[in-house]
Design a protein around this ligand. Structure first.
Ligand SMILES: NC(=O)c1ccc[n+]([C@@H]2O[C@H](COP(=O)([O-])OP(=O)(O)OC[C@H]3O[C@@H](n4cnc5c(N)ncnc54)[C@H](O)[C@@H]3O)[C@@H](O)[C@H]2O)c1
Length: 438
């Protein structure tokens, strides 16, 4: 394939070398003459293991050339990989100046091009940039239409400096965000041989995945380091602790707890977090990340409250009250906090939870609910159908088969459902259906 690469920093230079190694003809473009001269001389512009030899080999192969001319590079290739820098601006926003300037040049460059061209953006870009910012610039500059005369797509880069050639050859996956089959097919041709899955998704989704992955990595590092600081203060070996934490591949290093849904609660997580933070305070250990978890969780509950209040409905039915299905434990259930808030706002509330029998509640569980929702006895119903029938808005916090069947049978067109548990309800239901964040 004939490929042009724009931006010959860590990502662009390594991609150029690896693609040429794999037999493609590659034209490198940069605004920095020093980088172009180095590559033309068979030298690497970045310090990376294996790059010195690889650059020597690919220049000798004759498959690599460099230019400052955007037009030449686009005219002579079918695909452009765009890898220019997107650093932080002083206010923390993304500085897209290099990308915006290049997009203008790319538009002008394809103005007279016969045949289609694919632009694959590989730089990290805040979600929405490719479709809302770069596409219009290229369309205006070229007088051509995305999807017709050319294609834009986004393929996040997952290589890490220091091991970039190895990462290029063995990425966790290839993600292509596109609106058409043609760019996906082209990138599959280029990267389909790699030992990983290729996922096609929306352009915005692909842009977001890159941020999400980097944020998750930052979160993991910080979690390990905050744990280590507390361990140090308690004379506990942090390596032993984190090693054992990582041995649990059921709940810890797994997909568990990583699906968007409702806030956490119950009799363990909130209290144990509070105890951890208190312990740290007594040892003068600062744990800002762990300390922000409960406020963030509260934010999620407030988000649900705001959605219900914004709906304008006054008759609310809650399906589920305990902190998770299969238990009658109401302590620190976020659904109880919702119920408390709705009652406080004067909304009419009905509650259904098959596990919660008021007469059976004992001890701390009973005291908790009496403190938060003192008149629960008047609100709770033991038949789900009447809760559905008498409510305008249903907050679904319990997702078992019976709830699903009852909703499918009894929902009316005037109902609104706020689904906190990702029910497989389908789009053809009567009424308005929404999740908490989607
Ligand atoms: N470095 C990494 O490990 C890594 C990993 C994944 C993703 N990324 C992302 O990839 C992008 C590139 O990162 P990098 O570390 O390779 O950047 P870099 O700063 O090393 O290189 C960027 C290059 O773009 C060139 N450039 C600027 N304007 C240009 C233009 N108009 N035309 C052509 N070239 C131009 C610069 O001269 C520079 O050589 C960034 O968005 C970054 O966030 C980087």
């Amino acid at each position: 394939m004939n490929i042009s690469i724009f931006g010959l920093g860590y990502v662009g230079a390594v991609s150029l070398a690896c693609l040429a190694r794999d037999g493609h003809r590659v034209i490198g473009v940069d605004v920095d003459d020093a980088k172009l001269d180095l590559i033309a001389a068979g030298k690497t512009p970045v310090v990376e293991e294996g790059m010195v030899q690889l650059m020597t080999d690919v220049i000798a192969s004759g498959r690599v050339s460099v230019t400052r001319s955007v037009r030449d590079a686009v005219m002579l290739t079918d695909l452009s990989l765009i890898c220019v820098g997107t650093p932080s601006a002083p206010n923390g926003s993304q500085d897209q100046s290099a990308m915006l300037a290049l997009a203008k040049d790319l538009g002008t460059a394809i103005r007279d091009k016969k045949g289609t061209h694919v632009f694959a953006f590989r730089s990290t870009l805040v979600p929405g940039t490719v479709e809302d910012v770069l596409r219009p610039i290229i369309e205006t500059g070229s007088g051509k239409k995305d999807g017709l005369d050319f294609h834009i797509c986004f393929q996040p880069e997952f290589l890490r400096e220091g091991s970039s050639i190895k990462d290029y050859d063995k990425p966790p996956y290839t993600i292509v965000g596109a609106n058409a089959d043609a760019p996906i097919a082209l990138l599959r041709q280029l990267f389909g041989h790699l030992p990983c899955k290729l996922h096609a998704t929306s352009i915005r989704g692909a842009e977001m995945v890159k941020y999400c992955c980097n944020n998750f990595h930052a979160l993991k590092i910080t979690f390990a380091n905050e744990t280590a600081r507390l361990c140090e203060a308690l004379s506990v070996d942090p390596f032993e602790v984190m090693n054992l934490v990582c041995q649990d591949t059921q709940l810890n290093i797994s997909r568990a707890y990583l699906k968007p849904g409702f806030a956490f609660g119950g009799s363990c997580l909130p209290k144990d977090l509070r105890a951890t933070l208190h312990l740290a305070k007594t040892r003068d250990v600062e744990l800002p990340m762990l300390g922000s978890i409960l406020p963030s969780n509260r934010q999620h509950i407030d988000h649900a409250i705001a959605k219900v209040l914004a709906s304008g409905h006054r008759k609310i039915g809650m399906i589920g009250l305990s902190f998770k299905s299969g238990t009658d434990d109401l302590r620190e259930s976020p659904l109880v906090l919702l119920a408390e808030h709705f009652v406080g706002k004067g909304l009419t509330l009905l509650v259904y939870d098959p596990e919660v029998q008021l007469s059976n509640l004992l001890g701390a569980n009973r005291r908790y609910i009496e403190r938060h929702v003192p008149h629960l006895g008047q609100l709770i119903r033991d038949d789900l159908e009447s809760v559905i029938a008498e409510s305008e808005l249903l907050v679904v916090g319990l997702g078992d088969a019976r709830v699903l069947a009852a909703l499918k049978e009894h929902l009316r067109p005037d109902h609104t459902v706020l689904d906190l548990v990702n029910l497989p309800l389908g789009k053809d239901l009567p009424g308005r259906y929404e999740g908490l964040c989607w």
